[in-house]
Design a protein around this ligand. Structure first.
Ligand code: ADP
Ligand code: MG
Length: 311
């Protein structure tokens, strides 16, 4: 019997209320620009909000090479905020155009701005900070006391952690033939820029899994894609850690996992198997409700743990 069998056996806490369900309530009906944001740059060129920040991130904070053809890396490029895609408790995601003025070189990016303001909720911080020890004790103290500086550091760590997870997962899945996460473009401070998943003409973001009504056949196909995507994570020794139908986008029938700052190390984290089981269970419940028969979350979890090398 696996450890997670035991944990699951005692799991009866009623329906889990997803944080993202609450998020839905705060989704703006039409785009507006970000509040309390220092996005605009005083010496930005006319018509844009800032110069491209590409050169400001060190190579280690930029996406995997070779850089994709669509990605604008020119130093002459400018960034223009096209408005919010989604506000969240911990981050705001907006649409950004990065383009070289007077040329047709441009791309759309999703910009995830982790909040460091007091209004931000910290529900993920406790566990995360527990597992990490920063060398500099001044930073530790600042984070523990939630000073402005400490909050900024926490937000930066989240952006860095999500960037690192995306980088690993994009690379591995790309090498296998089909990326399961958006291409990570760069991270800088509390900001993460990634490939925009959605309609590049209208600028409309791809729907979350929770928003679509697939036929049973489509649902079956999406479930298989989900299991394959989790297989990629497992082979990297990872579980998503906050997986639900709200953190999965579906673009032209293709499934993309997002929101990965809290990825869980299946080998080092003693709760890894249980968290993986929870992730799988969340999706299995959703897909089960959409007509996919015979979903066995336990069996899938066992299979994924084997892929991760956890026995
Ligand atoms: N790369 C992306 N392309 C398109 N939309 C995105 C992208 N990343 C995030 N979003 C949108 O922003 C929302 C919030 O992003 P997410 O990473 O889940 O952050 P949060 O921590 O706020 O839940 C998503 O549900 C999705 O609608
Ligand atoms: Mg989310």
């Amino acid at each position: 019997m696996h450890e997670y069998d035991h944990d699951f056996g005692h799991r009866r806490r009623g329906r889990r209320r997803f944080d993202d369900e609450l998020d839905e309530l705060s989704t703006p009906s039409s785009r507006k620009t970000l509040p309390e944001d220092d996005f605009e740059d005083a010496d930005a060129p006319e018509g844009a909000d800032r110069w491209s920040t590409w050169a400001d991130s060190p190579p280690t904070a930029r996406g995997p090479r070779p850089y994709p053809d669509w990605l604008v890396t020119e130093l002459a490029a400018v960034d223009t905020d096209l408005g919010l895609l989604k506000t969240g408790k911990e981050a705001d995601v907006s649409l950004l155009r990065r383009g070289v003025p007077d040329t047709d070189r441009s791309c759309l990016l999703a910009r995830k701005q982790y909040r460091s303001s007091e209004h931000r909720m910290f529900h993920r911080d406790a566990g995360y900070l527990e597992g990490r020890r920063m060398k500099e004790s001044r930073s530790n103290r600042a984070m523990a006391r939630r000073t402005d500086f400490g909050r900024e550091l926490i937000a930066e760590q989240w952006a860095g952690a999500e960037f690192a997870a995306l980088t690993q997962l994009w690379q591995v899945s790309h090498d296998l033939g089909a990326p399961v996460v958006p291409y990570p473009v760069q991270t800088l401070g509390t900001e993460l820029l990634m490939e925009f998943v959605g309609d590049h003409v209208t600028g409309e973001g791809a729907p979350r899994l929770a928003q679509i009504r697939p036929t049973p056949e489509q649902a079956h196909d999406l479930w298989q894609q989900a299991v394959a995507a989790l297989g990629v994570l497992a082979r990297c020794g990872l579980a998503h850690g906050d997986l639900s139908a709200y953190n999965v986008l579906v673009h032209n029938g293709r499934l993309v996992l997002i929101d990965l700052p809290q990825v869980v190390d299946l080998i080092a984290n003693p709760h890894g198997p249980r968290l993986l089981f929870r992730d799988v269970g969340n999706l299995a419940t959703w897909f089960g409700g959409r007509g996919v028969p015979d979903l066995d979350a336990r069996q899938v979890t066992t299979h994924l743990l084997a892929q991760a090398g956890v026995v």
